[in-house]
Design a protein around this ligand. Structure first.
Ligand code: ARG
Length: 426
């Protein structure tokens, strides 16, 4: 079935049909498409745009379709161009002639805009819940490893000791901003576009606010051209997803490095590791590698959506059909990534002995040593220089700060006293 055809003398070629079809991916919007149609048809009946009896028949048919979607029995009809056509075909089959009135005062342009916004609301809610879950896992890690200090790195070199809770706190801060970004995006998603029709609204006496209320939207998109051509919120959603991945990929890299034989700061649980087909000893951090790898996919989605929209004249253009490829990919990827990260991080064990040992004689207490001299009256420049010289001496002698006697230390600065040792790493 087609939603058009009267104007054509010839059937479209099979190749054209296949190329223009979106049913293979937009079937995922079935639930929202049906719910949107229920609200729309209720409004058509209330406004007497179609007879109430017809509206009831259509709505009854739509509930049936919804039940099949919800129970997982709905199999999309690939002979239909898109999910809107598929559902309309079913409604006409169930409701007869009345079904042909469902698409009054509506276009697929505003219909798809509505479906996507409804889909996005649900996705954003699940994603923010998943972010909260991951935040709680980091909070638990901090609690379980209370008091543990680990080397803080800059330039991938030991810099200064930091507490594990400062490290988890950094990820909690990133993830909290990620959640905020999605919640902020939600505000711009949660506006109802239906009623814009193709682009210019309709002369039929529709009630957009009624439809919005039915579907839980607090307001309607005012400008009808904007309602069908705006995909900013899709870009925002994918950008927010890309930023989540950027954060997760940094964690992933730390876990890959920290689980090496050289570091052994962490032990990744067996259930979340993989082996090698040739090397029996291998335990690979595949999940973290794939978190890093899948980041590329979502960055690609962001480049994809921006490229699709660039230079598009107003209002709706078929290019926009392709937005769903990137939208679904980003949404699926970010949900899966947050979920697996929470699972694996909940089982990661921090190896206290190795972490503490790594800080032996690593001079990561040098800043504290310099601050000690500042407290004794030296300028920071002078203090930096004195401690630098002590470090050089220790490196040459292959010893740590603590192995120097007070007499030896006093050669570098007479400001150093017995209390100097107390500021050094344990
Ligand atoms: N499949 C289309 C999309 O995803 C729906 C709107 C199509 N409108 C049209 N006039 N072809 O954007």
């Amino acid at each position: 079935m087609k939603l058009w055809g009267g104007r054509f003398e010839k059937e479209p070629s099979k190749a054209a049909e296949k190329f223009t079809s979106s049913i293979f991916f937009d079937y995922r919007l079935a639930e929202y498409d049906v719910l949107g149609s229920i609200a729309h048809v209720k409004m058509l009946g209330k406004q007497k745009i179609i007879p109430k009896a017809d509206a009831s028949k259509i709505i009854k048919a739509l509930w049936k379709v919804l039940a099949s979607v919800k129970s997982g029995k709905f199999v999309s009809d690939v002979s239909c161009e898109d999910i809107h056509t598929d559902i309309e075909k079913r409604v006409i089959k169930l409701a007869g002639e009345a079904g042909k009135k469902m698409h009054t005062a509506r276009s697929r342009n505003d219909q798809i805009a509505l479906d996507e916004r409804m889909y996005l609301r649900a996705e954003i809610n699940s994603i923010t819940a998943e972010i909260e879950e991951l935040i709680s896992v980091f909070a638990k890690i901090a609690k379980e490893n209370k008091g543990l200090a680990l080397p803080g790195f800059t330039h991938m070199q030991h810099a200064q000791p930091v507490s594990l809770s400062a490290w988890t706190g950094a990820y909690i801060a990133m993830l909290s901003r990620d959640a905020e970004r999605f919640k902020d995006c939600f505000k711009r998603v949660n506006i109802m576009p239906l009623g814009a029709c193709a682009l210019a609204g309709t002369s039929l006496p529709i009630d957009r606010v009624f439809v919005a209320k039915q579907l839980g939207f607090p307001s309607v998109v005012k400008n009808t051209i904007d309602a069908v051509s705006d995909r900013d919120h899709v870009v925002e959603f994918i950008a927010a997803s890309a930023i989540v991945f950027m954060h997760l990929s940094r964690l992933a890299e730390e876990m890959v490095i920290w689980s090496t034989k050289e570091f052994k700061y962490v032990e990744i649980p067996d259930e979340y590791s993989t082996g090698s087909s040739i090397m029996p000893q291998k335990k690979n951090p595949d999940i973290f590698e794939l978190l890093r790898g899948k980041t590329g996919r979502v960055y690609g989605n962001l480049a994809g959506i921006l490229t699709i929209l660039k230079g598009l004249p107003l209002a709706y253009n078929s290019d926009m059909q392709e937005d769903k490829i990137h939208l679904f990919s980003a949404a699926d990827s970010v949900k899966e990534a947050l979920d697996i990260t929470a699972l694996v991080m909940a089982g990661v064990k921090f190896n206290k002995e190795n972490i503490t040992y790594a800080m032996q004689n690593d001079f990561s207490d040098a800043v504290e040593a310099a601050n000690y001299l500042v407290k004794k009256g030296l300028s920071f420049k002078a203090a930096h220089n004195v401690i630098g010289k002590i470090v050089l001496h220790c490196v040459k002698e292959e010893i740590g700060f603590k192995e120097l006697s007070l007499t030896e230390l006093k050669v570098f600065s007479d400001k150093i006293g017995q209390d100097f040792y107390a500021v050094l790493n344990k």
